[in-house]
Design a protein around this ligand. Structure first.
Ligand code: 5GP
Length: 196
């Protein structure tokens, strides 16, 4: 998606440890208009795919998923929580996720009443690096006996293994921008050419 690539080029900051900071429009300040166009782009790419629910992970995935839902018939958006909360009650699906940016392990939790057997689930997240966050969401869908019908990612770091591994496992991963390389010294960011 050309517009997203341009924004990353203009505003993205390359940090040590292969971290791309895009908090002026995606991870802290939110450009909702852009999220809306990202949602439209996923709807175009997943045309004809049945989607009953969108599942994402807190925190950065929530805004993107909520702007995407209107493009999928306003299906409900569920976000996996990273810690227990007094608002979480009843039976839960629980999976472990390693955090790339924080270097620690998190538990992700979804209340069983919000994910049902047989539901077609579209996973949405802001970044795909090693794929651990998405692994956690996939694990939760497996526990729920729900079907992952597609994975929409805003920014994939193509030089990290998650995307390749998930595609080889058979998942339809649609990343709106795939970073081929980024240089911490110059700040240069290159993208993989996308045909769609
Ligand atoms: P993964 O689990 O695929 O290794 O990493 C994905 C998760 O880590 C995303 O949900 C995102 O929050 C965070 N993440 C990974 N790489 C980056 C990055 O370069 N920049 C930012 N802002 N977040 C990242």
């Amino acid at each position: 998606m050309r517009e997203l690539e341009e924004r990353i080029r203009q505003e993205g900051i390359v940090r040590e440890g292969n971290v791309l900071k895009v908090d002026s429009f995606l991870n802290h300040q939110c450009d909702v208009d852009l999220y809306n166009r990202m949602g439209a782009e996923w709807a175009r790419r997943f045309k004809g795919v049945p989607v009953d629910k969108i599942l994402t992970i807190e925190a950065s995935g929530i805004g993107i998923a909520c702007a995407t839902a209107p493009h999928f018939n306003n299906v409900p958006v569920v976000f996996a929580r990273k810690s227990q909360s007094i608002n979480l009650d009843g039976e839960q699906y629980v999976a472990k996720v390693h955090s790339y940016t924080h270097g620690n392990d998190n538990t992700v939790i979804v209340a069983k009443r919000f994910l049902k057997p047989g539901e077609n689930v579209l996973l949405i997240d802001d970044f795909l690096a090693n794929g651990c966050a998405l692994d956690g969401l996939i694990e939760i869908c497996k526990q729920a006996k729900a079907t992952v019908v597609g994975i929409g990612v805003a920014i994939e770091k193509g030089f990290q293994p998650g995307g390749k591994r998930l595609r080889e496992a058979g998942y339809d991963v649609e990343s709106l921008a795939i970073v081929k390389s980024m240089d911490v010294a110059t700040g240069d960011i290159e993208f993989e050419a996308q045909s769609n």
